[in-house]
Design a protein. Sequence first.
Length: 329
Amino acid sequence: MQLVPIDNKDLLNNFTGQQTLSPFLQSWQWGEFQGKMSKIFRLGIEDNGELVAVATLIKIPLAFGLNYFYSPRGPIFKLKVESEKLKIYNYFFNEVAKIAQKEKALFLRFEPNEPTNNFELLTFNFKLNKTIDIQPSKTSILDLTKDEDELLATMHQKTRYNIRLAEKKEVVISENNKEKFNVWWELMNETRQRDGFKLHKKEYYLKMLELPENFLKIFLASYNNRIIAGMMVAFFGDTVTYLHGVSANEDRNVMAPYLLQWYVIKLAKQSGFKYYDFYGIDEEKWPGVTRFKLGFGGREVNYPGTYDLVFDKNSYNVYKFLRKIRRTL
């Protein structure tokens, strides 16, 4: 087995794009976006000359010149290496530990890109610490190989009703509206205040918009010539991923987000994508948003969550202590 750097966009994207579960986070494009803010490492593992796993690591700075590595929804494995996965994981952890020593990284934070029941069967040579989730640990995924009538039939009755209501109210959907980001941002803040979401800084989203339009798009819904809802969506591999939804406090009775969602689902299907990932559900943390997403009838998927592989135990314990204090302020 051999750890190799990956410097070929097509090689990485062809490998990761076949995955069902949020593959965009390990794409070349997402790495370019993260690379504007942090140092990144694109790594591959070869076995007998064949690429069997990949992982993009983001170097996240901490105090005193220290840092940690973060691999969002990674590593990703070749589909046919299930029986060798434990061996590859252990090799990957061992090799990352060597890089971490050079880069002064205290730990590797990663999110296994597979269902929970698969990951829990593995027994590692390394101790892993379960930590607070960064990416959502539950999602709902639509199978876009079904025809439109089948997709509608699997929806909750109220969801179908709300789509028809928005159509009757003549809600208008438009796409590729990056130039209207400021309107989208205003709606984002309305949504945050109403639903209690945390946001990145505005500059973070502006950097996201520098990604190619065939990768990241903004869709907007208008009613009476006023924008009242929007979506930010990633298009990568076989999967379209719903990243962010925003809506105004006014005119919520016209149900624009339902028609907006259905518009993008149909567009994804017509464009040849196989899956539509609603990206995050949690009935306790986001009950309203979760009911909205589940109303479209997708298949629920549970991820194992977020883990830390610790390289410097003493410094890691200090980091955890300081993080706990910061979260109480």
